[in-house]
Structure formats: C-alpha cells, structure tokens
Design a protein around this ligand. Structure first.
Ligand code: NAD
Length: 388
C-alpha cells in the first residue's frame, strides 16, 4: 500500500477536521504543516504529533515533498496558496477549503494551475459525503419526488460562507443540474466582513436550471431554521426534507411524511472526521486514475459562479445568464462603485475572533490546558478582550 505524504497549510480550526479525517486513513502520513504564526504551528504539531513545521509554503514544498496538501487558510488566500502548492514538484492532489474562491477568475486560475501541473483539485464541500445527502440523491434519482421543481435553501453568516455548502449540496443531491440564469437581491448597510472578505448584510437569489428546476436561497434574512446542511425540495410527485443525517419523504406511496432509512454507521458524531476521510479517499482514487471527485474544483467552480451571479444580478439590476461575463467579485465592485453605501459605519468581521495574530498566547495555553477546543478558546479570548 502506498502511503501518501501529506501536508496541511493553515493550522486553525478547519485544519483540525482535516486531521481527524487523515487519522482514519492508513494510506495517509501527515508529515508537515505550514503557518506563519509559530504558536499555531507548534500547538498543532504537538496535538497531532507532526514532525515538520514551516512558516512558508515554499520551504515546506521543497523540504517535505508532499503528495497531498490541505489548503486551510482564509478564502482570499485560497487561489494564491493553491496555485503555489500546485507547482510543487511532488504534489498530486489538493483539498482546498470552501468557498473555493471569491470570484470566478480566481477559481479559473486555481483550475488552470492544477491542470498545468497534473494536480487533482478537490474543494472541501465535504457534506457531499454525508449519509443523508447521499441517500437523498439516490432516491431522488430513483424518482421518489418525480421531476424536481424547487429547492428551498436558508442560510446565515454569509452567502459565501454557509451558502456555498447549501448551493453545492442541493446541486449534488439533484445530480449537478445545468444552470441557466440567476436573479438576486443584496443589502449591505453595515461594513460587514467574514474572514476578511467583504460580505452582505443579507441577500437572496433565484437560480434557474435546465428542466425548469429552481433553487431559492435566502441568506441572513432569518435567524431560525437556517442550516447549510438542510434543504427542502418539491417535485411533481412528492417532497423531500434533507439534512446530513435525516431524510424525510412525502409522496403517493408514503403514509404522510416518512423517515427514509439511511446508512448511519456510527451516528451523527462520526460525521466530521468521516466526511473528511471519505473526500480524501475519493481524491486518492482520482489521483490513481479513478473517476472525477464528486467535489472537484470543476464542480465547486460552478457553485462559485452561482453565488457571484446573485451579486452580479443585484449590481446590474438584471437577470444574469450563466456562463456569466463578470469574473471578479461583484459585491466588492458594488461597494467600490458606491452602490451599497454603508449607513451604520464601523468595519466588523463576524469571524474576526479566529484571527490569532494578536492574541494572548499564555491565556490560550491556560484555556487549552483546561481542555477547551480551539474555536471555543478563540471565541473566549475575543470576549475577554472586549471586556478588558
Ligand atoms: N468545510 C467546512 O465546513 C468549513 C468549516 C470551517 C471553515 N472552513 C473554511 O476553512 C478556511 C479556514 O477557516 P478556519 O476557520 O480554519 O480559519 P482559522 O483562522 O481558524 O485558521 C486559519 C489559519 O491559517 C493561518 N494562515 C494565515 N495565512 C497563512 C499562510 N499564508 N500560510 C499558511 N497559513 C496561514 C492562520 O495563522 C490560521 O492559523 C476558510 O476558508 C473557511 O471558510 C470550512
């Protein structure tokens, strides 16, 4: 059995989920990490017993010669880091975090760099591997709801942040239908960011696919009943309610709403690490000549385009046809063009608490010794800083 030398770029929260997946696989050997923040790097190396740590991708690629690399940095770095990693001589596969990129041009550059260097690119829409979504896809393809007509998606905390999972997920369970056009509306009265990316206060979009299928997505319009892993789909002969672990069906053969049997091996708890392991296994099969990964860069690029088209429709006040012409980030363009004036000044970042560049590392260590997980420590430090 070949063991793939693997490296992780960015030692924050989601990198820990990648590691939980890698730990389940015998053919993965995590040899190195990269993070410019020394404490982030050393904590992570200690926690998972990883031998090599570097402050730059360049040094890691030369010294560690990884074959698989996880890109776990913030969105605005996904394109440049992926492009740099793809050029590493030893690299065969990359798992880049979601959202793939902020703007279609960046996604295209990532795909090009990987194609030019013979690297397989997967994007971590890892929920494509959850048992609920897999089973729902199976029975929808089997005709359980007739011809699918409308998917209803409700998310919060940013379209690119949560909406990417929902749009991508609904595409997955509906067998990646071909999009035709998008109409969107966007509000941004506050100077809102998410992991350093300018985002909207709220937005909604109607996405029209071939065969009259439509997705309606609302983002940050509701606080309750929002979930990136959950959607409701209506078809000509039935309705289906889908979460990552529960699927409920209503059609002419059911007695009202009925729960569908799905294959749950270890219950809900196992999903985090297992989905990351599954997406890695599928990447390895793709590297070794198997079929395209279900969460490939090609698939994720379409999700990026649909999200960008929602913004572009609001920017142009018109229906946007797919493929769309605009390749940069339409929301940022709207901000620059003065189309979204901020009426409540003051920049804020809804994931700013994750920024480790200016925290009290001694206090971090105390909280870690108390047994708190990384993201809770970061939230706690943020709250403590506010009250100081
Ligand atoms: N798939 C999912 O369900 C899921 C869940 C959470 C986060 N994410 C995604 O993962 C990405 C990272 O989010 P996070 O919450 O882990 O952030 P985080 O802030 O916890 O971690 C990011 C890490 O990257 C490091 N870093 C910054 N610049 C770097 C560089 N040039 N090279 C190497 N490391 C660098 C930071 O020091 C930090 O330790 C985001 O794009 C986010 O959307 C995905």
């Amino acid at each position: 059995m070949h063991k793939y030398k693997t490296a992780i770029v960015g030692c924050g929260g989601i990198a820990r989920a990648h590691m939980q997946g890698y730990e389940l696989l015998e053919n993965i050997d995590v040899v190195a990490v990269v993070d410019p923040i020394e404490e982030a790097r050393t904590n992570y190396m200690e926690d998972y017993d990883i031998p090599e740590g570097y402050s730059t991708v360049k040094e890691m690629l030369v010294k560690s010669q990884p074959e698989i690399v996880s890109v776990c940095v913030w969105h605005l770095l996904h394109d440049t880091v992926t492009e740099e990693v793809a050029k590493g001589k030893s690299v065969k596969g990359i798992i880049c975090e979601k959202p793939m990129a902020i703007g279609v041009a960046k996604a295209d550059r990532m795909i090009k760099a990987c194609e030019e260097n013979g690297v397989k690119l997967a994007v971590s829409h890892q929920r494509r591997f959850t048992p609920g979504w897999e089973r729902a896809r199976e029975i929808i393809l089997d005709g359980a709801i007739g011809i699918p007509l409308r998917a209803d998606l409700r998310v919060k905390e940013g379209l690119a942040n949560w909406g990417t999972h929902s749009i991508d997920g609904a595409r997955f369970v509906l067998n990646d239908p071909k999009p035709k056009w998008v109409m969107g509306a966007v509000e941004r009265k506050t100077d809102k960011y998410e992991r350093n990316t300018a985002i909207e206060d709220s937005c909604m979009g109607l996405i029209h696919f071939e065969n009259d299928l439509q997705f309606f997505i609302q983002s940050d319009l509701l606080d309750n009943n929002c979930d990136a892993g959950k959607f409701f789909i209506r078809g000509t002969e039935g309705m289906i309610h889908i979460t990552e672990t529960v699927v409920k069906l209503f059609n002419g053969n059911t007695n009202g709403w009925e729960q569908v049997d799905i294959h749950l091996e270890d219950g809900d708890q196992a999903i985090g690490g297992k989905t990351n392991a599954s997406q890695t296994e599928e990447l390895i099969r793709w590297i070794e000549g198997g079929p395209e990964h279900r969460g490939s860069g090609y698939k994720a690029r379409e999700t990026v385009e649909l999200m960008m088209a929602i913004y572009e429709s609001a920017r142009q006040n018109e229906v946007v046809s797919i493929p769309m012409q605009e390749k940069e980030y339409p929301l940022e363009k709207m901000v620059t063009e003065g189309k979204l004036p901020v009426t409540i000044p003051g920049r804020y970042d809804i994931r700013g608490f994750l920024d480790r560049s200016n925290i009290d590392e001694k206090r971090y260590k105390q909280l870690k010794d108390d047994g708190l997980p990384h993201h809770i420590i970061m939230r706690t430090l943020h709250e403590e800083q506010k009250t100081d």
